[in-house]
Design a binder for this molecule. Sequence first.
Ligand code: GLY
Length: 370
Amino acid sequence: MPPCRKLSRSFSFLFFIAASCNAALPDDFLPPINNQTQVSMNQETPVGKLAQNKATWSIAIHGGAGGEPGRWNEQQIQDRLDGLKAALKKGTDMLEKSASAVDVVQAVVQVLEDNPNFNAGRGAVLNSVGEVSLDASIMDGSDLSCGAVAGVTTVRNPVGLARAVRDKTPHVFLCGEPADAFAKEMELPLESPAYFKTPEQIKSWEAWKQKQAAAGGKTSKNDHAKGEDRLFYLGTVGCVVRDQQGNLAAATSTGGLLGKKYGRVGDSPIIGAGTYAKNETCAVSCTGVGELYIKHHIASAVSSRMEYLNESLNASTKFAIHTTLPVDSGGLIAVDANGNIELQFNTPMMARGQAKSDGTFQVGLQDWAK
Ligand code: GLY
């Protein structure tokens, strides 16, 4: 048989094997995006260069968008900047040692959850009945595996519980008391309500309550969606990473909005709204008025614009924050397959930080801190 016929037979055989394997794949199998898509998707660095950039890494964090650093005294501002630095340092130390993106986003968000100066874990805002109700999610861009929890009240690190949902169950999302029971089953650290409710948050809740009483106890439908109040209520924490292996991950955790109706769930635990990661495009973590982020599925919209419209990370994040969303609704952090970082917000400030293997290490509330 001529060599070309032999070759063609071999290819047919390989094709048959590949087709048979494909038939055995589970229904939710998603084929990877091919390299051609990756090349056109990111015009800043052609994908061919990724192999040379293997040892590079990038990380971004946020500690919530909002509008009132003016209501914090110098010490409170410093505490927030120190908290951001400590979280970013945790991430950079892990990334330098080749930790995986999903491990890093979890560890970094846990540092922020443990810090009472941020609205997540300890120090979370209180809901309409004066209780904490915590939401979190995590996503691994290498295989789209993810986990989320909503309305939990006892687990010290909600993002750790979200990770357990991803790792130990066939599911994506657990909520309420059963999710707390799962935390106990997983032997994750649990805390009493007194651990979460800080004096500062009790004070904020009392002020909110008084305002409510002055308004006749009525909550306007738009209290959290309009006007200067919106800036007062915001806050969440999140982290996005591109690790040395080129994998992306994102995680987000929050106490939600001050005075939120009991039972209310925001965007943070909703994959595609507050959190998204896909190796071929980007990893995104959002902060802001959750209802708006859910309506516009902001996190996955950023990824989809890159994938379907060949937009850069810069263009797609700008579109989400400055075109899709109204002014003063929040912000997001994002990293792409080539390690480019975007920190976009349409509020007067967003607590944030970024670091890269090139030596970049910055944190800030409005401008970058000196
Ligand atoms: N973005 C946080 C929340 O709305 O709950």
